[in-house]
Design a protein around this ligand. Structure first.
Ligand code: FAD
Length: 394
């Protein structure tokens, strides 16, 4: 396109910010509308593989990532009661050697702050806070975004990066509630000094057991993040900020290995969060005219492959490349969804499969099922090796 279109983005989560940074870097004027009055992320961990980290490095964030990120040496799967290791694969140097960037564990606030900095370095006025998108109008080739306080802004393209409850999605695809997956997740952060484990051995551990699993890793060098997913017909709303009774979490994991119970015992009792895990039905398109979606707004997934935010990052990079390459916005959005729907659908499917694999009924069933899979080799072959900057777009 001879003149770079003006891009409006709803939502300044990891997806919206990454897209904003890549688009600004490529010379597009960008405005991001974020409903929150201040930028920030909730107090939880997040782990991200090379397919996202390489993109952040391209934004010049390598030093910042190295300062705030923790590099785990391995991914380890353990049985819920005996603690037996039933599978492990290397991360650390091996992940970097294979995929060109490290695997990092972060506190969400740290990675979010780095991305905000990257966007503001490119355009200090790009992000508008306290700006809740209500909807949009499309007239000819102009998109007008309406905010709930009566303000509006015109642009050439709108990206809905406004998460699982996306209003942009609703306007493109119609009203459809997200489905509860039958899984709820507990989230706590525990200072490592309260635990007897070796705080310098950084590993990504997934404890697997009947109807539940627990992911344990360092969100910072001195903080353990515990995300315990349980099958449950009783769910809280889809929200990161709903607190629940600590004793319910203790009961959910009361039969588990002492290392798991020690983490729960040492949680701040008034800081235990539990929320329902929701997904949406698969769609065959997520663009309309000059409007499209990315991240959870487009393809919310169970987090059991730890790739939701990573997919949002890839989306933003591929979308920028499509705009750079095509002669019209329609053509670019078509190329974008054609390339991103199959990949993100596979992530959704494999994440859902992991719910079955991780939650088998007995240690014997789990041991057998894991013996038939080599998760590291599988992921290295299709997941972590994707390079959104160079993958062929067809
Ligand atoms: P969001 O993070 O939801 O951001 C949306 C933004 O839009 C928010 O800032 C919101 O305030 C704003 N917004 C919403 N509505 C409006 C509106 N109307 N107007 C303006 N602004 C609006 N992924 C990983 O890659 N690795 C992991 O380890 C990982 N662990 C996870 C663990 C759990 C338990 C869960 C539930 C998810 C996990 N994920 C993980 C998934 C990841 O959190 C999400 O996929 C990711 O945050 C999606 O980013 P996003 O930018 O698309 O949406």
């Amino acid at each position: 396109m001879s003149v770079k279109p003006k891009v409006l983005i709803a939502g300044a989560g990891i997806g919206g910010l990454t897209a904003a940074a890549f688009l600004l870097k490529s010379g597009y004027p960008v405005r991001v509308f974020e409903q929150a009055p201040a930028l920030g992320e909730i107090g939880a961990g997040i782990h991200m593989s090379a397919n996202a980290i390489k993109m952040f490095c391209h934004l010049g964030l390598a030093d910042g990532l190295e300062k705030v990120g923790v590099k785990p040496r391995a991914y380890v799967f353990r049985l819920f009661q005996s603690g037996e290791i039933i599978q492990t694969f290397p991360l650390g140097e091996e992940h970097r050697r294979l995929h060109g960037a490290p695997y990092y564990l972060f506190h969400r606030a740290d990675i979010h702050e780095l991305l905000v900095g990257a966007v503001r370095d490119l355009d200090p006025d790009a992000v508008r806070l306290s700006s809740t998108v209500e909807g949009f109008e499309e007239k000819g080739s102009t998109i007008t975004v309406r905010l709930t306080d009566g303000r509006s802004e015109e642009g050439d393209l709108l990206i809905g990066a406004d998460g699982i409850k996306s209003v942009v999605r609703e306007q493109i695809l119609g009203k459809a509630e997200a489905h509860y997956t039958g899984n709820a997740a507990w989230r706590i952060l525990v200072p490592t000094e309260r635990l007897s484990r070796d705080a310098t051995d950084f590993v990504m551990t997934v404890w697997v057991g009947p109807g539940a699993h627990a992911v344990v890793y360092n969100a910072r060098a001195d903080r353990i993040c515990f995300v315990g997913s349980v099958e449950s017909s009783d769910w809280s709303e889809e929200s990161w900020t709903v607190k629940c009774d600590w004793s319910q979490m203790r009961d959910d994991f009361s039969a588990w290995h002492p290392e798991v119970r020690e983490i729960i015992e040492n949680a701040d009792r008034d800081q235990c969060y539990r929320w329902g895990l929701f997904i949406r039905s698969k769609v065959d398109h997520w663009s309309q005219g000059h409007v499209t979606l990315l991240g959870d707004a487009a393809h919310a997934t169970l987090p059991f492959l730890a790739q939701g935010a990573v997919m949002a990052v890839e989306d933003g990079v591929v979308l920028t490349r499509c705009l750079d390459r095509c002669s019209s916005i329609e053509e670019a959005l078509d190329l974008y969804q054609r390339n991103r729907i199959p990949r993100t659908s596979r992530v959704i499917e494999e994440s859902t499969d992991n719910a079955r694999l991780f939650h088998l009924a007995t240690e014997e069933d789990l041991r057998k099922a894991f013996a038939e899979r080599t998760l590291g080799a599988e992921r290295n072959q299709w997941l972590y090796n994707y390079d959104a900057l160079s993958v062929e777009l067809t």
